[in-house]
Design a protein around this ligand. Structure first.
Ligand code: NAD
Length: 512
């Protein structure tokens, strides 16, 4: 493992990632953070961390761009989205290479996240339809009433490291299609893809200042949260930060949606198709090295027989996992994002062992030839995990799957319903009644039946329950239109013959 935690800025001759403001790239200076290549375990770039001056230029750009952009017809905004989608597809290889370089995930997985992001852009292409108001003719004599959805103004997005392209695209395509101007504060761990994406948006014809990328850390986030000119904040990240952002943002009068962490359970019923369930669990638990908010981290097996079969089947499959640099398309799993993540996962494994869980597959001490300093681990599988253990209660955010053995479906569902997180879950069964009972009564926002990663498509909306989401509206899909707009309702009377009416003191006066 690399002991290289940070390097001396003076001596370090590496690319510095700056910002994208008012239609152009802005060089980074001042405070910097290291960007690692996690497969090699070395710092490969630096990213600038914006202070008040840089942040202010972005807000001024947004403010100046807003009046014209809000009045741009929705179909003109949609035309930019169509061109943007095409440019994303044409530049997909470059975007995915940047993701793999800084995040570590395998290229296929980077392609998958970009595809899901592009689907939101496709949805935003229909903005003329999505923004159509609602009309009530003859609400009263000579009176018509209608609602329209107006943009909020300047809105911001703060995003996590695990989907450097997709999660920003959960937010900004719809925010700007609705007529807002946008500041994105990406994760400082993999900031390059958002800058390239900003360049493509500009190339697609987006007016300067409508979309800006300001790299930074907590200091930059605090500037956003304290700023009264920012009308709304979309946040995706860990639960403690999501909660703090929601509280700070709403206390300064902003609209906030803050999506947090997860501990997603898959229930495997005795009648499940074991082969299909085990295959799906492998992808959902170990894909992207378990660094997904929808990753399955708990397999709840109903009955001893199915538990034994699932554990045996997973154990076999874990041995066959191909682990190595994400650039090698033969690999299933790349490295973890940082040395810190590597250390955290090892300490959870120690805790699991100390607390009495059975380690069936041990991903420690993995050597990847030629990448000895990379942040690699193998797949971990714990059996006989119980609800008090920290490997069960906490979000580990790595390739660690816990098997909990229960007696029946109600016990499995109680476990899930009593967990603090409620992002995703699924059930594997061949029985329709079980599936219906599960989907109806489970206290989780996104539910799969024989689907391990029930990530909603772009025309639905994405969000969890309980401490996986602070705020009322989900991201993308129809909820995003509501989140990024404010309803205005007009009531209008045009008396046919312009006659003078008598004063009425009763309420309501319009309709009678
Ligand atoms: P994180 O919370 O550390 O960081 C997220 C963002 O917040 C980053 O932009 C970061 O710069 C900023 N930030 C970090 N500390 C801050 C602080 N003290 N004050 C203000 N801002 C701060 O999350 P991460 O490690 O980048 O991402 C992993 C987490 O994100 C996991 O918990 C995962 O479950 C969660 N996640 C959730 C979803 C979802 O949809 N619910 C999706 C993806 C990731």
């Amino acid at each position: 493992m690399s002991s290289l935690e940070s390097v001396d800025n003076e001596k370090f001759d590496a690319p510095v990632i700056g910002h994208f403001i008012d239609g152009q790239e802005v060089a980074g200076e001042g405070r910097m953070s290291d960007v690692f290549n996690p497969a090699r375990g070395v710092v490969s770039k630096k990213v600038a961390l914006a202070g008040a001056d840089i942040y202010e230029t972005a807000v001024v750009a947004c403010k100046n761009a807003f009046p014209a952009w809000r009045n741009t017809p929705p179909q003109k905004r949609a035309q930019i989205m169509f061109r943007f989608k095409q440019l994303l597809e044409e530049n997909a290889d470059d975007i995915c290479a940047l993701i793999t370089d800084e995040h570590g995930k395998v290229l296929d997985d980077a392609r998958g996240e970009l595809t899901r992001g592009i689907e939101v852009v496709e949805y935003a292409c229909g903005i003329s339809e999505l923004l159509k108001g609602q009309f009530s003719k003859n609400a009263g004599p000579d009176i018509d009433s209608w609602s329209e959805f107006q943009p909020l103004g300047i809105v911001a997005g703060i995003t996590p490291f695990n989907f450097p392209a997709m999660v920003p695209m959960w937010m900004f395509p719809l925010a700007i299609a609705c007529g807002n101007t946008f500041i994105l504060k990406p994760s400082e761990r993999d900031p390059s893809a958002p800058i390239l994406i900003a360049r493509l948006l500009s190339e697609a014809g987006l007016p300067n200042g409508v979309f800006n990328v300001v790299n930074g850390d907590k200091e930059t986030v605090d500037l956003i949260l304290q700023d009264e000119r920012i009308q709304a904040v979309s946040f995706v990240g860990s639960t403690p930060i999501a909660e703090a952002i929601y509280k700070k943002g709403t206390s300064s009068g902003k609209r906030v949606q803050a999506l947090g962490g997860a501990k997603n359970h898959a229930v495997i019923m005795p009648d499940a198709d074991i082969e299909n369930a085990a295959n799906a669990l492998m992808g959902a638990a170990y894909g992207s090295c378990g660094e997904r908010c929808m990753a399955i981290s708990v397999a709840v097996c109903v009955g001893e027989e199915i538990s034994n079969k699932v554990v045996a089947s997973l154990k076999d499959r874990i041995k066959k996992l191909r682990i190595g640099p994400g650039t090698d398309t033969a690999n299933d799993m790349g490295p973890l994002i940082t040395q810190e993540a590597y250390t955290r996962i090892h300490s959870y494994v120690e805790e699991g062992l100390n607390q009495g869980a059975e380690l069936v597959a041990d991903g420690r001490n993995l050597e990847v030839s030629g990448y000895e300093n990379g942040f690699f681990v193998g797949g971990f599988l714990f059996d006989k995990v119980t609800r008090e253990m920290s490997i069960y209660t906490d979000e580990i955010f790595g390739p660690v799957l816990c098997v909990v053995r229960v007696k029946n479906l109600d016990e499995a569902m109680a476990l899930i319903n009593e967990h603090e997180y409620g992002n995703g879950t699924c059930v594997f069964t061949r029985d329709g009644e079980t599936a219906r009972y599960f989907t109806d009564n489970i206290q989780v926002g996104m539910v799969g039946v024989n689907v391990a990663l029930p990530v909603p498509v772009a025309s639905q909306s994405f969000g969890g329950w309980k401490r996986s989401l602070f705020g009322d509206l989900y991201v993308y899909g129809p909820d995003a239109i509501r989140f990024y707009t404010r309803r205005k309702t007009m009531t209008q009377r045009w008396p046919a013959d312009n006659k003078t009416e008598k004063t009425k003191f009763a309420f309501p006066s319009g309709g009678t």
